[in-house]
Design a protein around this ligand. Structure first.
Ligand code: NOJ
Ligand code: CA
Length: 554
């Protein structure tokens, strides 16, 4: 059989091969002990990330915000929320990261602002048709007295996508559009004033020295002209993974012009500053449109993230990813977890249906098996970190953290929980503060024991300090994979597919072979296999079910 070889797109920019670690600031490390992580906390823990061996960090939003959606509701794009520190703290963190050779990407939230943003407050006070209203999407309602929303769109977080305001004179007035929570009004990106404002925001952070941006909802900024009615498939109302080609608020062609503009803004700076799209789209071919040579540089590979634990599906998505992104000269990205999905150490062992964004909570049964989930997560990561392209890690996955599934209702904060009256748990379970050391309280997240979401009792087992002392820990596995990935230059180059049977995912990167067993029977590796790293240590040259290894042939 002819060898099937796939080549990753050429180029030497750092973002083509980088391993980027997502920090969720409120849950990473808490320096002032108020129970919420902060920028000084991040600075104090950068050595741990240097030791882990990541190339860059991406910080979820830390800008001023009423925190109605954990900071994805920004009220000032050019500052730091006092909850997280000051701009000085940001500069200190940035310099400390750069000193360690770690690049820094910040989160930009351009689709919507907070309703407390000065512009939205001005819009509320201004008249229908005014320039202040034109920065957002205000419309008259339908019905005899405008009492019905302008169309039938449903918010991603549940409920309608429109909220009616009271006009300054006290009468019921216009409606404004919000894809997410009512506190997150969408900007009108057909308005040049909005575009100019965001060029300024990009420059503000670029001037401070950031290496790039992760762009929130990069598929939602332009809405189809006329705002036609649209009804999503049942449970298809998530971030846009609907299998439908033409959703009037997702992936509209007009968004690309914005990214070409931003590409030019970044190109004026030194050092290959990068743009990464958070764009949930039905196909990889569509996602690749966001990373054409004159647009963004990377797009999250959510197709890969959503792939179930199935050998054929995993082989297919890897092949299709390299093809689709390669066709436009971009690197593929790889990602298994983030702050919007169930952690992969739990997700990969789920036996119940669980659409993106729903979370897992006390009433969901059966719960995923913890040991099985961890075995699969370790195997999945062993495969992921061997692939050419750029990989994203989400804080805590290097510890093998499972989803927190027993959060008491009174602690929940995700707007999804409130907007669906508790029908959907939402995303709090993947956002619980990290365990660093010790047994209690707060496992070294801070010195006071305070924690904005309660940490599960069993998390003592996953504390970083404990894992640091064990060769068999998930942390040690990640460190080994990252070190070897760098030494062997696995972030670029070709991938040659190999055949180890239908239950296996197997390929070669140069003389390094990679194989995963997604079946139910043990799989013997070829004669002469010498293990380089194994997700199930002590297994010798055999892959038990739900394991993966890198090996060479003697
Ligand atoms: C995507 C972010 O990742 C998510 O956390 C947020 O709720 C929505 N965008 C709205 O900004
Ligand atoms: Ca704090």
């Amino acid at each position: 059989m002819a060898e099937i070889e796939q080549q990753s797109a050429p180029g030497s920019e750092w973002w083509r091969t980088a391993v980027i670690y997502q920090i969720y600031p409120r849950s990473f490390a808490d320096a002032n002990g108020d129970g919420i992580g902060d920028l000084p906390g991040i600075t104090s823990r950068l050595d741990a990330l240097g030791e882990l061996g990541v190339d860059a960090i991406w910080l979820s939003p830390f800008m001023p915000s009423p925190q109605k959606d954990a900071g994805y509701d920004v009220s000032d794009y050019r500052g730091v929320d006092p909850l997280f520190g000051t701009l000085d703290d940001f500069d200190t963190m940035l310099a400390a990261a750069h000193d360690r050779g770690i690049r820094v990407i910040v989160d930009l939230v351009p689709n919507h602002s907070s309703d407390q943003h000065r512009w939205f407050q001005e819009a509320l006070k201004a008249a229908p048709g005014s320039p202040e209203r034109a920065r957002y999407i205000f419309r008259d309602g339908k019905g005899a007295h405008g009492e019905l929303p302008p169309n039938n769109w449903e918010s991603v977080f549940g409920g309608g996508m429109w909220t009616r305001i009271t006009e300054p004179d006290g009468t019921p007035g216009q409606w404004y559009l919000h894809i997410f929570d009512t506190s997150q009004p969408d900007f009108d990106w057909t308005n040049e004033e909005v575009r100019e404002e965001f060029r300024g925001v990009l420059r503000f952070w670029l001037d401070r020295g950031v290496d790039g941006f992760r762009v929130d909802v990069a598929h939602g900024m332009i809405k189809k002209a006329g705002l036609p009615d649209y009804t999503p498939a049942p449970s298809g109302g998530s971030m846009g993974g609907d299998d439908v080609e033409d959703v009037p608020y997702w992936g509209q062609p007009g968004v690309h012009e914005i990214y070409r503009d931003w590409h030019r803004v970044l190109a004026a700076y030194d050092g290959d500053r990068a743009l990464c799209a958070e764009a949930w789209l039905p196909t990889l071919e569509q996602t690749a449109l966001w990373v054409r040579p004159d647009e963004m540089n990377q797009a999250f590979n959510f197709g890969y993230l959503m792939t179930p634990w199935d050998a054929e599906e995993l082989r297919d998505v890897i092949r299709e990813s390299l093809d689709a992104f390669g066709a436009v000269g971009a690197p593929s990205t790889w990602v298994l977890s983030n702050h919007d999905v169930v952690r992969h150490a739990s997700r990969l062992a789920l036996t119940i249906d669980n659409p993106q964004g729903e979370g897992i909570g006390p009433r969901d049964e059966p719960k995923p098996d913890r040991a099985l989930g961890l075995a699969r997560a370790r195997a999945a990561t062993t495969v992921m970190l061997s692939l050419p392209g750029s990989a994203y890690l989400y804080q805590g996955e290097e510890l093998g953290l499972p989803e927190a599934m027993e959060i008491p209702d009174e602690y929940r904060q995700d707007p999804t929980w409130f907007r669906t009256n508790g029908e959907r748990y939402g995303r709090d379970g993947c956002r619980v503060p990290l365990p660093w050391s010790g047994t209690a309280p707060s496992y070294g997240f801070n010195d006071t024991g305070a924690s904005w979401l309660p940490q599960p009792a069993e998390w003592a087992e996953y504390a970083r300090a404990l894992e640091e002392g064990s060769d068999a820990s998930t942390l040690s596995l990640y460190k080994t994979l990252l070190r070897l990935r760098k030494e062997r230059g696995l972030g670029s180059g070709s991938l040659v597919w190999e055949d180890l049977g239908s239950d296996a995912v197997a390929f070669r990167r140069g003389d390094l072979h990679v194989a995963a067993n997604l079946g139910t029977a043990p799989l013997a590796l070829p004669a002469g296999a010498v293990i380089v790293v194994h997700s199930a240590p002590q297994s010798g040259a055999v892959l038990p079910p739900d394991s993966a290894a890198w090996y060479t042939l003697s």
